[in-house]
Ligand binder design. Structure first.
Ligand code: COI
Length: 353
């Protein structure tokens, strides 16, 4: 892939100690621009830094913005891997189609990530559980305050060395079930990874945090009755030995980790049911202890056990607020594949070389 490389004068000092999530950024970023006449052009890797925006830049007013999230791992064999980047590339295409934004072809999307990762290889952490989080994103940068599909866009990729998304790591998190606000409705943008979805979810997140909860479990936008997803993860519930998760029908994000976990569960012999699970059924299953485990799945969060649900004033615990055996097994098997500790039988790893 051809691009211009703009070298920075001094490299940054790498962080020491706990990385947390999304606090540090590498030395460089990838950038390219789009116009209807020229298509994608001005492809470069340049020093990580501010982006100048005119106050009338359309994204600031009408939120035409999409993004992705994936990780680069330092494998046990010393090589560098991405995990299923083609799934992110395809989801990004679907997001951009829904938001009337230009497509980044799959090979260009993956090629750009690989070039940045090669430049930033020294930033891939080597400690257990740490990786380089990669954030590709696109926004409308035409200057205009009329509402219309923008004619110009910028695509950037930034990278951040990260540890666990939640400070709890693989320990259970407490989840607040939101029964007032909704995240997505049929025909809307629930399946799209766009900033607007996250902006609209912040009010639920703020309520949850005020009550001492880590995240929100969203109910469907029509009935406020069926369980959909957690703000930063897809959600799965083990009830009577079956694993239940919301179907991908337009209101839930089609998660890469979700898809990978469903494959592992099938391999283990679990029955996976993609269905509309009502919140009443879920809470009743928790009360009667038929809900034996619950967990979220996501690139940032990996697998995060849910230890408590709060719904309409009632608190119910899951597995006595302990991480269950299935959750542990899935976490280990998934991360062993990601960190190249085991054979890649599903061809999920892509070596960056
Ligand atoms: C990811 O898991 O990659 C996401 O984009 C979720 C975000 C809340 C960090």
């Amino acid at each position: 892939m051809k691009y211009e490389f703009i070298k920075r004068e001094n490299l940054k000092e790498k962080p020491h100690g706990e990385l947390g999530f999304g606090k540090y950024f590498t030395d460089y970023m990838f950038s390219m621009d789009y116009t209807d006449q020229v298509g994608w052009h001005d492809v470069k890797i340049l020093p990580y830094g501010d982006v100048n925006l005119n106050p009338a830049t359309m994204v600031l007013h009408y939120a035409q913005e999409t993004f992705e999230g994936l990780k680069a791992y330092r494998g046990a064999d010393g090589k560098v891997y991405l995990f299923r980047p083609e799934m992110n590339a395809r989801r990004f295409i679907n997001s951009n189609k829904r938001m009337c934004m230009p497509i980044v072809p799959e090979d260009l999307f993956i090629g750009a990530i690989e070039e940045l990762v090669k430049v930033e290889e020294a930033w891939i952490p080597e400690k257990e559980g740490e990786s380089l989080y990669i954030r590709p994103f696109m926004f409308a940068n035409e200057t205009s305050v009329g509402v219309h599909v923008a004619k110009t866009y910028k695509f950037l990729i930034i990278a951040s060395p990260v540890g666990a998304y939640y400070p709890q790591g693989i320990d259970p998190v407490k989840i607040y079930v939101e029964d007032e606000y909704v995240r997505a409705s049929p025909g809307g943008t629930g399946f799209v990874k766009c900033g607007g979805n996250y902006a609209a979810s912040l009010i639920g997140q703020a309520k949850a945090e005020e009550l001492g909860y880590t995240q929100v479990l969203w109910l469907d936008g029509v009935h406020r009755r069926y369980v959909e997803e957690v703000g930063s993860m897809n959600a799965m519930f083990v009830i009577d030995g079956k694993v239940i998760t919301a179907p991908i029908e337009g209101t839930v994000l089609p998660g890469v980790t979700r898809d990978s976990i469903l494959k592992l569960l099938e391999e283990y012999g679990y029955e996976v049911v993609e269905k509309h699970l009502s919140i009443d059924e879920l809470i009743e299953a928790a009360r009667s202890k038929k809900l034996t485990e619950a967990f979220g799945t996501g690139t940032a969060a990996v697998i995060s056990p849910i230890g408590e649900l709060y719904y309409k004033g009632e608190k119910v615990q899951v597995n006595d607020f302990k991480t269950g055996n299935l959750t542990h097994r899935l976490y280990k098997d998934l991360t062993d594949i990601q960190w190249a500790k085991v054979e890649d039988k599903y061809a999920w790893r892509r070596e960056v070389k």
